[in-house]
Ligand binder design. Structure first.
Ligand SMILES: Nc1ncnc2c1ncn2[C@@H]1O[C@H](COP(=O)(O)OP(=O)(O)OP(=O)(O)O)[C@@H](O)[C@H]1O
Length: 257
């Protein structure tokens, strides 16, 4: 597979998405334009119900737009068959959700290998990648633990490793720290920054977390299904942003480990 950059990796044009609900049409996305370059790290924020998850699902090929177009890694989603969408999704996109959806009867290593087993990658190669990823997310000593034998933060680390096992160019995360305490959240956030820096993976994160949003180099704010603002910031360290937010909240410094 070619490693040359695809530019932009996500291009959304006038994207609209409506749902039919109890005889009514709900217009959730009302004309979204967005262009995201490979290697970018983008936060999507906005009030509850603004359409953040819906947009992420449409970019991630998990849902279809009602009108407009989305191109991911050079491929126009709106004209693709379900089989081609599934293939693009496997090859190109990793997902991390608030609830990690790990398989309870399999251990961490097996959970990380799972997307590759389904896709037909060799078992040896998968084991090699999964072990390296679990070590990278700090779970070298937990590879044989099942989800029920891991803490919430550890389970989310496994989910992150699983999302990376097929080496996606694009990583989509929906409230990845939504049900974690603040210290564990910060450790998970730091991992996203490390992944972006080390692999140049494009990362889009939907979040309500102020420290995370404040540390992202680009933040897109949605309001009522439209882009209200699209801001680029000077790149700062995540550590720096966490300290700023803690200071403003009057809680002192926060240790991100
Ligand atoms: N399958 C569906 N059928 C009907 N309405 C839906 C469906 N999915 C989402 N919606 C509605 O679309 C709107 C936007 O939902 P979405 O989950 O994208 O919001 P959000 O910005 O991610 O919100 P939050 O921050 O609360 O997670 C909501 O009003 C929701 O009720």
């Amino acid at each position: 597979m070619s490693k040359s950059p695809i530019s932009p990796i996500v291009l959304a044009k006038d994207v609209k998405k409506s749902f039919q609900h109890m005889g009514r049409t709900l217009d959730v996305l009302r004309g979204i334009d967005l262009s995201i370059e490979e290697g970018d790290m983008v936060g999507i924020v906005g009030q509850s119900g603004a359409g953040k998850s819906t947009l992420l699902h449409c970019i991630g090929t998990l849902d279809l737009v009602t009108a407009g177009s989305i191109v991911v890694a050079g491929e126009e989603l709106t004209t693709m068959s379900n089989a081609r969408l599934a293939d693009l999704r496997n090859r190109t996109i990793g997902f991390v959700f608030q609830f990690h959806h790990l398989l309870p009867e399999f251990n961490a290593l097996e959970n990380v290998c799972m997307p590759g087993l389904i896709q037909g990658t060799s078992k040896n190669e998968l084991n090699r990648r999964a072990e390296a990823l679990l070590e990278e997310v700090g779970l070298k000593d937990r590879m044989n633990h099942r989800p029920g034998e891991l803490s919430g933060g550890e389970q989310q680390r496994v989910a992150l490793a699983r999302a990376l096992v097929l080496e996606p160019k694009l990583l989509l995360a929906d409230e990845p720290s939504g049900n974690l305490d603040s210290r564990t959240s910060e450790q998970i956030h730091q991992l996203f920054f490390d992944i972006n820096r080390k692999r140049n993976t494009t990362i889009i994160i939907v979040t309500h977390n102020a420290a995370l949003a404040n540390s992202m180099p680009r933040v897109v704010t949605l309001r009522d299904g439209r882009v209200e603002s699209d801001e680029r910031r000077e790149t700062r360290s995540y550590r720096h942003a966490v300290d700023d937010v803690a200071e403003r909240a009057g809680t002192g410094k926060v240790d991100v480990g």
